[in-house]
Design a protein around this ligand. Structure first.
Ligand SMILES: [Zn+2]
Length: 109
């Protein structure tokens, strides 16, 4: 299990059905069962009128930081490069993820 992730037990029959639905409906754009489940959790939280924190630091090393972006419902990597910080999700040096990383004391320029 990668760092920053946790496992949960889900009934096999349910996962088999989700897998079948994903394969039979590629137009929805889910590549993996995990993508579907993350999206389903996000929808459920929205339906309940609750909110996830917009930003969370998942993992931080000297040269990269993994963020949870609650607006996008995805994990994002910001890397330190010779030209400054770069977001691999947006392929940008000026997006909100880079600005957030720059606000972290150890990532200031
Ligand atoms: Zn970004």
């Amino acid at each position: 299990m990668p760092k920053g992730f946790r496992g949960v037990s889900i009934p096999k029959d349910l996962l088999d059905e989700v897998e079948r639905l994903i394969k039979e409906n590629p137009h929805y754009g889910y590549r993996t069962i995990a993508d579907f489940i993350v999206d389903a959790i996000r929808w459920k939280i929205q339906q309940m009128g609750l909110r996830l924190p917009t930003w969370s630091i998942i993992e931080k090393t000297e040269n990269e930081i993994i963020l949870w972006d609650g607006r996008e419902g995805t994990f994002v990597k910001v890397m330190r490069t010779p030209d400054g910080l770069r977001c691999t999700y947006c392929d940008s040096r000026r997006c909100d993820h880079v600005r957030y990383a720059e606000s972290i004391e150890s990532y200031k320029r």
